[in-house]
Write a protein of this length. Structure first.
Length: 342
């Protein structure tokens, strides 16, 4: 005989000889239910290991009190810190967060959106994957009437609230710093993907050069996946070209770390011969030898503001929703890897 594993409110009701509706009200702290009844229901629910059906609850009352958060990867300090910022706000409002990883895969992102919608989440917060160029799956979220807020990796193709930092300014300032250190041939590691943050960092790099009288050289711009191995490969390409630059600005700290490894293996002094700078302020940047100059993306603040914008949409009923774009000012962290002048 099969063992029943899924306990329902009907099971609790039968155990206490009361109605299922009374059990439901007791579990939801309805003031019409006496304290003795509520305690008895909670005690039996615990004994039977009752687990509420959130999807069924969402179908009944229209709210699951769950938010879906999609990040490219959860093992980066930046995304982990943003999620923490989101949860700080969500938990205060009695909301829980489901964290999903797209791994920068468009197909995975589409599947994740479908899974979250099927799970009856109350809305979605996301950072777009590198491979995503078609936003039909995000438009499906909007068509369902659920709030959608984007952070960091955003797009102008969706009429939604967005939160990011001024990638252009962060890039401009860090290249300007390298120029002030006497650097004149500054290479840039970027991504071939069509993501706005990398386009803006490339634009900031280019404008900082031109504004300081240094011509733009496309041979000094190297594209890769901006991971550790990508940084190593980009550095090797510069060595193959024969004329080593006097500075490298990578659009990610991981790319800069890959470059640092190759430079040290070849005995190239940092920053005396080649200065280095990255972007994101990953935890390891303060422990490298030498410590890495970088841009802090204010991730915790970004998470807080993203969640606040998300919950603001719940307050809008008959009023027309007007998406908001919040741009944070980046902080440049100068460390020994770029200090040629001491």
């Amino acid at each position: 005989m099969a063992t029943k594993t899924k306990i329902t409110i009907q099971d609790i009701a039968e155990k206490l000889n009361i109605t299922a509706s009374t059990v439901s009200r007791a579990l939801n702290n309805n003031p019409r239910i006496s304290e003795d009844t509520r305690k008895a229901v909670l005690k039996v629910a615990k004994q039977l290991n009752y687990q509420p059906n959130n999807i069924a609850a969402a179908l009944r009352n229209g709210k699951s009190h769950i938010i879906g958060v999609i990040v490219p990867t959860a093992d980066r300090k930046f995304f982990a810190s943003v999620v923490r910022g989101i949860e700080e706000i969500a938990n205060k409002l009695n909301y829980k967060v489901i964290i999903c990883q797209s791994y920068d895969s468009y197909e995975k992102e589409v599947q994740t959106i479908d899974a979250l919608l099927n799970a009856r989440v109350d809305g979605i917060i996301a950072s777009i994957g590198k491979d995503t160029e078609d936003f039909s799956h995000y438009k499906k979220v909007l068509a369902s009437g659920l709030p959608l807020v984007l952070f960091d990796r955003t797009t102008d193709q969706l009429d939604v609230s967005q939160v990011g930092i001024n990638d252009y300014l962060g890039s401009y300032k860090i290249v300007e710093h390298l120029i002030q250190q006497g650097c004149k041939r500054i290479a840039h590691f970027t991504s071939p993907k069509k993501i706005s943050i990398f386009r803006e960092r490339l634009r900031g790099y280019t404008d900082a050069l031109l504004d300081n009288g240094i011509p733009f050289d496309e041979n000094l711009v190297i594209s890769s996946n901006l991971q550790l191995e990508g940084g190593r490969q980009s550095m090797e390409k510069l060595f193959e070209a024969g004329d080593l630059p006097d500075a490298i600005f990578s659009a990610s700290d991981y790319g800069a770390m890959g470059a640092m490894q190759v430079l040290k293996e070849r005995g190239i002094a940092i920053p005396e011969r080649v200065a280095l700078a990255g972007f994101s302020n990953e935890p390891f940047t303060s422990f490298t030898d030498p410590p890495l100059t970088t841009v802090d993306q204010l991730s915790l603040t970004m998470g807080n503001i993203t969640a606040e914008l998300f919950f603001e949409q719940f307050k809008i009923k008959d009023k027309k929703f007007v998406p908001q774009r919040t741009v944070l000012m980046p902080e440049i962290i100068i460390r020994q890897s770029s200090l040629k002048k001491r």
